[in-house]
Design a protein around this ligand. Structure first.
Ligand SMILES: [Zn+2]
Length: 149
């Protein structure tokens, strides 16, 4: 399942990627030609939601400001897995590759080099990721969010 989201839903897109789902934000003004027919479009606009429904495209509407409800309702509605797979780039949704931390030593803080594990690299945008203390915080955050709807 591939998700396409309004630009202002970047945080939601990032969390969908953390869960292993491809998610792309549509930059700038929303136009029909920017929405691929094979995906699900997530919007805060009732106008766009109704327009796409009429055209037989898959759309889902979320509240504009409540991030927790946004994520929780998308997970529930589409029956998404709730495991933090962290296998897609948080920024561009490209699949990540495992990388030896020696190879990225120059590009990460010393503390991270010493303590973190499971280093991955995005071959598309060059971003580097790792499992550190933030991973447990993310897990706890997700558990809290899942109780909200
Ligand atoms: Zn990337």
């Amino acid at each position: 399942m591939r998700f396409y989201l309004e630009e202002n839903l970047e945080k939601l897109a990032r969390w969908l990627r953390f869960l292993g789902y491809s998610a792309y934000t549509i930059k700038g003004k929303i136009e029909l030609k920017k929405i691929p027919p094979d995906g699900v479009f997530i919007t805060t606009s009732r106008k766009w939601y109704e327009k796409l429904n009429k055209l037989g495209l898959q759309a889902f509407i979320v509240p504009r400001h409540d991030f927790d409800i946004q994520l929780c309702s998308v997970i529930k509605h589409f029956g998404l897995r709730t495991e933090l797979t962290l296998n897609l780039c948080a920024y561009c949704s490209n699949p990540l590759l495992g990388v030896d931390k020696e190879k990225v030593k120059e590009r990460i803080p010393l503390k991270v080099y010493e303590k973190a594990t499971d280093f991955t690299l995005c071959p598309n945008c060059g971003a580097i990721f790792w499992k550190g203390s933030h991973f447990n915080r993310m897990k706890r955050r997700l558990e809290k969010i899942l109780k909200k709807c």
